[in-house]
Design a protein around this ligand. Sequence first.
Ligand SMILES: *Cc1c(COP(=O)(O)O)cnc(C)c1O
Length: 422
Amino acid sequence: MEYLNTEEFALMMDNSDPLKKYRNEFYFPKHSNGEEALYLCGNSLGLQPKSARDYIEAVLDDWRNLGVKGHFEGAHPFTTYHESLGEQMARIVGAKKEEVVAMNSLTVNLHLMMVSFYRPEKDRFKILIEKNAFPSDQYAVKSQLEFHGYDPQTALLELEPRAGEDILRTEDILELIKNKGKEIALIMIGGLNYYTGQAFEMEKITQAGHHMGCTVGFDLAHGAGNLNLSLHDWGVDFAVWCTYKYMNSGPGGIAGCFVHERHIKRKDLPRFAGWWGHDKATRFLMDDTFVPIEGAEGWQMSNETVLSMAALKASLEIFEEVGMKALVGKSRLLTGYLEFLINSLGSERIQIITPKQPDARGAQLSIRVLNSDRSLFRAISDRGVIADWREPDVIRIAPAPLYNSYKDVFDFVQILKKELGL
Ligand SMILES: *Cc1c(COP(=O)(O)O)cnc(C)c1O
């Protein structure tokens, strides 16, 4: 794509954008001057679909009108509400419907998956993670090691970029798995690193891990609803994600969880059980022997927060209409445009650390501000940009293809240009 650094070009792209109508299906926050903010933070909290309120009100109405009967009656009974969400999310992450469930929150699901899939043995007990993984993942992984009696100092292996580099090279990841694989019980990596915006080659990592006898799981907090994923075909053992980032389910929204088909009927896997994971045919017979559902649903513990699932439902209906193919198609063009415009500034003060190859990233560019404190970030925020600052020196900008426009990207770079004094 030949991009042009002009407002006319941005408007022309918006005009021919097949997804342009979806912008109007979301609420944009207001800047202090009363105008719409320049929202580029969908990697942190996706915007509210205008339809979310109706979905939530429908649940409130069923509860009001049906009381306990709402569990089995009404248009979307509470007991089965999560089922269609699992099915829709399965399409988003490239899975079969029985492999995906909507439940809990992300870090909780990560723990539940590690209960089943981190099975340390005498000579194989290590966990491999990326060094700058999201803190919650580091805490979860380290606490699992400690729970099993291991010292994270020796039992946690961390993938580190080469000196002077920000991005992990796939060849280095595969080399480490080859060399140390026999010691590794579990490979658990963020599929798209929240800080650098790097998308890892999950299929290759999965294959390499399996070749060495490791279990392989991914945290897709920044990958789900953002990248083209084929979790089933790639053979990933498990994956977890939240839905309030690119999937717009609202703060603390219900999370997702994937368990590969080859594991869903296994009887030998330990798990933390609860009645919502019990065989549906006999769940309400209240027998005291746990019989798991043969699917990712078998890992559910409690009946879910239906009010929260309603907001997720609103957003998933939009994903259903758009499809990941069209979404990723626009995303690549839009993020490419942001990259082009930033590079056109020719500023020595800023540097994009996110990979350049479109298939090694999603809808986010991480911009390092050299020799800076937060002042540049504060200045662009004062001008109505909602983005995100990560210590020590990175501004993360995420043009979300469902609701951001080429004009948004153009306007943002104009603001950046002014504040850089260019
Ligand atoms: C956003 C994010 C989290 C947040 O965890 P919650 O359990 O949803 O609070 C965890 N891990 C990663 C990689 C994230 O990006």
